[in-house]
Design a protein around this ligand. Sequence first.
Ligand SMILES: Cc1cc2nc3c(=O)[nH]c(=O)nc-3n(C[C@H](O)[C@H](O)[C@H](O)COP(=O)(O)OP(=O)(O)OC[C@H]3O[C@@H](n4cnc5c(N)ncnc54)[C@H](O)[C@@H]3O)c2cc1C
Length: 571
Amino acid sequence: MASNGVMDARDRAAMLNRLATERFDILVVGGGITGAGAALDAASRGLRVALVESRDLASGTSSRSSKLIHGGLRYLEQLDFKLVYEALRERDLLVSKLAPHLVKPVRFLFPLYKKVVERPYVGAGLVLYDAMEGTRRPVPYHRHLSARGALRLAPALNPGRLAGAMLYYDAQVDDARYTLAVARTAAAHSAVVATRATVVGLTRGADGVRVTGARVRDEESGREFGVTADSVVVCAGVWTDLVHQLAGVRAGYRVRMSKGVHIVVPRSAVRASTGMILRTEKSVLFFIPWGEHWIVGTTDTDWSGDRAEPPATEQDIDYLLTAANRVLVRPLTRADVIGVYAGLRPLVTASENNGKGDKPTTKVSREHVIDVPVPGLASIAGGKFTTYRIMARDVVDAAVADFGREVVPASVTDQVPLLGADGLAAVRAGAGRLAEDYRVSRSLVEHLLGRYGTLAADVLDLIRADPELGRPLADGHPYLRAEVAYAVTHENALHVEDVLMRRMRLVFESADSGAGTAAQVSEIMGRLLGWNRRKRAVETRRYLDLVADERAAVAASPMPSADLAVAAVAG
Ligand SMILES: Cc1cc2nc3c(=O)[nH]c(=O)nc-3n(C[C@H](O)[C@H](O)[C@H](O)COP(=O)(O)OP(=O)(O)OC[C@H]3O[C@@H](n4cnc5c(N)ncnc54)[C@H](O)[C@@H]3O)c2cc1C
């Protein structure tokens, strides 16, 4: 263990120096969940690992998902049994052992509208779903409910055609924080993790074939340097084809992008004490409980535009509102929507399809694909957040297979709890004492335990040293000023957006996207990072511009037409 997983943004220069001067077994390209997972998998096998991410950890798809760790009920319908089986096993491992502080069980109501055909069909699916789990179940079995029982849990449902419901369990996670926790755990196993560092070219050995490392550009300074590694592992999500082009290789698969949009509405706008899943014509619609909010999504449409910031449009929002309103007594309106975000699914398709395909994106398999197009280069795409650990294991296996030297141990990540997980039960049990010791409220301690697990004490130490940091960052939100400082000193936050978009989620949880806190965040970060007044103002403006651009993209999209093809909810 090198560093206890502390990723201090103030150590960036030293960390870049290590990248440029050390020799690595594996260089991972991409700091989403797949890349972070691959770095942890390789580092915990005892390999020397570097990871480079061109923006921030999880800034791509891995902060924009539905945030479910689930088997995927709808994949049963597509007869994708292997995927569901694997995903359920992973869900249970994460909830019970690897990350119980971050992955939490959540229950879902599945309303039924066709009494005769639907209950046996959905019921059989859930029996199979439950049966695919292991014998030690961290989440309860599914249950059948009458219409009355369903309305008790979700008075928001229109009783009109409701015939009953099923209740089942899955799990949820803050995807960006989870990715960060995986990367920090990799760092604790000596991986060097660099953000705002882009691979701009791959280097080849004396034979002109074997990949031996990469040219990397530091996005903060523009400086370029070489990184030497026995194998480069590409985990670049929807950017994968571009990295293959950089390498001048033709891989056996292409990535097809599918855009998914979510809206965020206040908890009070939908009266229900459980999450909900509704069947739509093409897929499903989730109401996911998220603190004081609901996340409602998602759409699933082919995409070929900007990869970095795919825009949500008025049509996307209108689609979600219309689909949700088919079942609600009190319809949601545009005024209820306080946040919106869009992400791109990296779906895989055969190389000859040129990244396209005749199947709708909802029908493209969510399984992952690995290729080793030339020696020294392995790449992976597809898959799901839930199965990242399996994906990581498989791509590292592929990378080390052509090392041609010592035998590398098999993956051990099923036995490696993430930072913050070890000893959680005792720390949770002692939450009251912790609150007394640090002279803070019990609810503050609970808030920190839910985000940092056993590392919560590190944040509390900052508050003890400077009680001002114990104040909330914004009214009506649980985040503390100390968490901004911690994001810099332990979580490698380099810019205001890293804090407001991913270390915290104010970007979609707050009606102003966190704009009102940007100056305060810049102030706290600036004190630690040595920013002068001008630099603090520039950083604040940078965030405000980002948020304004996102809003402008929605506003600029054409208004939805009346005949918009909205998928019908069951019935
Ligand atoms: C709308 C939506 C909902 C979803 N919901 C769920 C869900 O509920 N549950 C679930 O299990 N899965 C879900 N998924 C799928 C899941 O989110 C993705 O499979 C997963 O996040 C992909 O992670 P990744 O690491 O492969 O890609 P990314 O997170 O996109 O990471 C790739 C990274 O590579 C970096 N990169 C690219 N090029 C370079 C370069 N040249 N140099 C350095 N870095 C580079 C990018 O900046 C990016 O950060 C959902 C996906 C979407 C879009």
